[in-house]
Write a protein that binds this ligand. Structure first.
Ligand code: DMJ
Length: 460
């Protein structure tokens, strides 16, 4: 990749918001990207310092009050944000912070807890976070921790279909809730195949592959999948096909199985599913392109409501070769970002109104912009990410970190008091990689998971 000349830049202008000083990048010209990258890094270091002082080893910081919240366990902390942050810190060159985080994991991360976790969330966030940290520094104890955690999730896959139960007790292996969905069935392969490769134990990759393929076999005659299915009977419990929540990363991991592992079966499944989605789910409205929710057997449109989570999909389409369509979908979401400043959690393209006015500090639009930019280096994708970053600085920054919003339509936008773990792993990394042109990342040969964890492409 052509290196971008660094310019002299006054990175920050101070402004007060919610009691915290806001470092505002003033990039207006297209060539200030490197300075924006520095601004992202300084926000990450600032947020990490607050996390270290107020929430060290806890799952999530409450950025307004300075308190903490736990996830994925209800009452016990596993160090979620810390683990999610590790490869982001590393790729930004925040080496001291990375090392203190790794030291905490080695000394204190303990998954032997009598409590129930979401199998999917625990895998993408914590197993993935530990594996990407291991990719960064090679410390065998990080791999051992990832393996220990995956071993505790494995009992969930013991079903007649191979689809995992949604919840498992980390200590006892007791499982709960077989009524599951494509995302929670088929979002394991990149992390678990990596674990199998590194440990020599095929059980992880095998379980992930089996679940992914068994779900593909359940597609309708239109080659569409619905959003709810029983892991014990294999019966569909719903008719709605969507690329939004509960389905999104299933499609992502079909492509990723090909991208990371060269798995031709994944590529075939990705192509079949994508052709059906593009045939039956595209809706054009007022110059925008949306991927509508449809009945998986008839193809009839069920709803004009769109999850914010679906805004990742344009990037995936681009990766899979449908670049113009992926660009159009992403531009439709970018137009909404321009209208609301920060995307609402849900939007109805028929009424033109948000149907959920919160925003859970989401990364999906930047994820799409990053993936499209990797393909063509079009500065338009950087500009969408810059708008996203600057809006986040303006609206989501609180005294002790970055927070969800309770209402993106209020003036001024109303803050909640919660920073999700994925903030540390996803958008901060996407912004930085988009803007900073760092030598620590291989921009040609890389792989990031659905949670933004880098399993391929870190350069020492
Ligand atoms: C992340 O945990 C992952 O990207 C997941 O696939 C769905 N979206 C959330 C963040 O919004």
């Amino acid at each position: 990749m052509a290196r971008i000349a660094r310019r002299n830049f006054l990175a920050a202008s101070a402004a007060m918001l919610g009691g915290g000083a806001v470092a505002r990048a003033t990039a207006s010209a297209d060539s200030d990207w490197a300075a924006l990258g520095e601004a992202v890094k300084s926000e990450m270091a600032w947020a990490w310092d607050h996390y270290r002082q107020r929430a060290w080893g806890k799952d999530e910081i409450r950025p307004v009050s300075g308190g903490v919240s736990s996830f994925p366990l209800k009452t016990h902390h596993l160090g979620l944000s810390l683990i999610e942050a590790l490869d982001t810190l590393w790729v930004m060159g925040l080496d001291r912070q990375f090392e203190e985080g790794v030291a905490w994991v080695k000394a204190a991360a303990d998954f032997d807890v009598d409590g129930e976790v979401s199998v999917f969330e625990t895998s993408i966030r914590l197993v993935g976070g530990l594996l990407s940290a291991h990719h960064a520094c090679g410390d065998p104890m990080l791999l051992a921790k990832a393996r220990d955690l995956a071993d505790r999730l494995l009992p969930a896959f013991a079903t007649p279909t191979g689809f995992p139960y949604r919840f498992v007790n980390l200590r006892t292996g007791a499982v709960r809730d077989p009524q599951t969905n494509p995302a929670e069935i088929g979002s394991f392969l990149p992390e678990w195949a990596t674990l199998s490769r590194l440990t020599g134990d095929p059980r992880y990759g095998d379980a992930a592959r089996k679940a992914q393929r068994a779900l593909f076999a359940k597609r309708s005659r239109l080659d569409l999948l619905a959003v709810k299915i029983d892991a014990l009977t294999g019966q569909w419990l719903d008719r709605r096909a969507t690329v939004g929540s509960y389905a999104d990363s299933y499609y992502e991991y079909l492509w990723d199985g090909w991208q990371l592992l060269g798995d031709r079966e994944c590529l075939r499944m990705y192509r079949v599913c994508t052709a059906a989605i593009l045939r039956h789910q595209q809706v054009r409205r007022d110059g925008q392109l949306w991927i509508a929710d449809v009945d998986f057997e008839t193809g009839g449109v069920i709803s004009s409501e769109q999850d914010e989570l679906a805004s990742f999909y344009g990037g995936l389409l681009g990766q899979g070769g449908a670049r113009a369509t992926g660009a159009k979908v992403t531009e439709s979401w970018a137009a909404l970002q321009d209208r609301f400043g920060v995307l609402p959690e849900a939007y109805d393209y028929a009424s033109g109104q948000p149907t959920a006015v919160t925003n859970a500090l989401r990364p999906e639009l930047v994820d799409a912009a990053f993936n499209l930019w990797l393909l063509d280096r079009n500065p338009r994708w950087r500009a969408i990410a810059r708008t996203h970053f600057q809006a986040m600085q303006r609206w989501n920054k609180a005294q002790y970190g970055y927070t969800d919003l309770a209402d993106v339509t209020a003036t001024p936008k109303r803050q909640a008091d919660h920073c999700p773990g994925y903030w540390w792993s996803e958008q901060m990394k996407y912004y930085y990689l988009l803007f900073a042109d760092t030598p620590r990342f291989d921009y040609r040969r890389n792989y990031l998971t659905t949670e933004g964890n880098i399993l391929l492409g870190l350069r020492k």
